[in-house]
Design a protein around this ligand. Structure first.
Ligand code: GAP
Length: 462
């Protein structure tokens, strides 16, 4: 586990996980570009989610909806009216802040308690608390703020060639609504019976007032969302099912018990339509942060869309001969937040021998960007080693490295989290075998070249 965000940010940039966005133009604040290893890491996270939550699930199917949707969707979902954060300006230095975060940071630092969740306070309550406690501006230290006003987080743009109110569209702030509006389509074409779920992975956009903590809070990010439709009355049971399923999967990916906790929302924090909500939190270097939100959304979304669109979104249970609007359990997870959690969790500066430290990323083999490093002991052995690289590359993401001494090459692979290295040496030419080194134990074993694919196939699984 890494102890500071700075270390992760530096490693991410140096090794090709994540770079500051538009870097050669001086950057664009709080945008991040995933590099050659970052894209592999993210793709592995998404494939693992898709495998567990869609492909291997007896209940769920997938979809991929458009980012732009009819603007009425966002009116109906409540995003136009209510998807906002409390914004406050410092009158002295003109910096902008999220007022609730100002209080949360103050409370954490001062070690004091507040009643309920700041999220559920009114603007007046927020302002009164800041003024009573003389909470200073993090930028200039004064306590001289404007009143709080609500700031809508949706990005707006125009569709087509005219830029008027009629052509205004939003960049979706969540993928979930694309699922709700397709509930009937998917139910019909998949012929699924309730209970069943629809999942999708895709970009979401939020004009966050204070994006921070590297890729934890961004304006452009990816979500992996599941909307699970069930019979009213069975919802709390399915809520528990998906919560446990989610925690189990995170542990299977290598996150440790002590880095995870489940925080159930109390009554004041619950949305008015929700029967239950929990956050799975991860212990990031900056403290506990929400990784995965799981909500019992009742029949709120489908009913709202049914009313607004006048389309029938009920489900007919042909065994019970009953018609109802299904309840929904929604586990919603950020790809970037999970990738960051996996990076933080995997990081280790390991002391081996006197004064010798190796930096290792202990990624689960399924998550590791590079699965196998292929290393010829000498450049003279290139032909045999390249043949192995070609054969393994058809199955796993591999890296070929013939530069520098073998010890340094092992360290480089350790640092990017490659679980296995294959060393092709002079004996390989005659015994048709190679040495396979395990990243974590650093143990080595001899494996026949024609058995390598099968050998790794057994190891690179969840
Ligand atoms: N459809 C429900 C929904 O979107 P949310 O709690 O707002 O719920 C779900 O978001 C997940 O998306 C969060 O738990 C987090 O993992 C991720 N997420 C939300 N905002 C994010 C941001 N600004 N940057 C990165 N990830 C974010």
């Amino acid at each position: 586990m890494v102890e500071s965000m700075d270390k992760i940010v530096a490693l991410a940039k140096a090794r090709g996980f994540v770079y500051p966005g538009s870097d050669i133009y001086g950057g664009l604040a709080n945008t991040w570009d995933y590099g050659n290893l970052g894209v592999e890491l993210k793709n592995n996270v998404k494939s693992a989610w898709w495998a567990r939550f869609i492909r291997e699930s007896p209940y769920n199917v997938g979809m991929d909806s458009a980012i732009f949707m009819n603007p009425q969707v966002w009116v109906t979902s409540g995003h136009v009216g209510g998807f906002s954060d409390p914004l406050m300006d410092c009158k002295d230095c003109r910096e902008r802040f999220r007022a609730d975060q100002l209080i949360e940071d103050y409370v954490k630092k001062a070690g004091v308690d507040v009643e309920g969740s700041v999220d559920s306070w009114s603007n007046e309550e927020v302002m009164a608390y800041i003024r009573e406690n003389q909470i200073p501006c993090p930028s200039c230290g004064k306590c001289n703020f404007t009143d709080v006003r609500q700031f809508n987080l949706m990005f707006k743009t125009f569709q087509g060639v005219t830029e008027d109110a009629k052509s205004e569209v939003y960049l979706r702030p969540e993928t979930a609504q694309g699922i709700f509006v397709n509930f009937k389509n998917i139910q019909r074409t998949s012929r699924k019976k309730i209970p069943f779920g629809i999942g999708q992975i895709g970009k979401a956009f939020r004009n966050e007032i204070t994006p921070r903590n590297f890729t934890f809070r961004m304006r452009e990010f990816e979500q992996m969302e599941l909307e699970f439709f069930c019979e009213p009355g069975t919802d709390l049971q399915w809520f528990e099912y998906w919560k446990n399923h989610a925690v189990e999967w995170l542990k299977d990916l290598g996150l440790k018990d002590e880095e995870l906790r489940v925080r159930d929302h109390d009554k004041e924090e619950l949305s008015f339509y929700s029967n239950a909500t929990s956050d799975i939190e991860f212990l990031y270097p900056f403290g506990w942060g929400e990784l995965w939100g799981i909500a019992d959304r009742t029949d709120y979304d489908l009913k709202r869309h049914q009313e607004a669109s006048k389309e029938d979104l009920t489900y007919f249970d042909d065994e019970k001969k009953e018609k109802y609007v299904p309840y929904v359990i929604e586990p919603s997870l950020g790809v970037d937040r999970l990738a960051l959690a996996l990076l933080c969790s995997a990081y280790e500066e390991e002391t081996i021998g006197e004064g010798d430290v190796r930096n290792v990323l202990h990624f689960h083999p399924v998550i590791a960007p590079v699965k196998v490093g292929v290393l010829p002991l000498s450049k003279k052995l290139g032909e045999g080693a390249e043949a192995i690289y070609r054969a393994l590359s058809g199955h796993f993401n591999c890296e070929y490295d013939d530069r520098g001494n073998i010890g340094r090459r092992y360290r480089r692979q350790d640092e990017i989290g490659t679980p296995y290295c294959v060393t092709y040496d002079f004996d390989s030419e005659t015994d048709a075998s190679v040495t396979v080194r395990d990243r974590d134990t650093m143990e080595q074993e001899r494996v026949r070249i024609d058995e390598l694919v099968e050998y790794f196939r057994k190891k690179i699984v969840i």
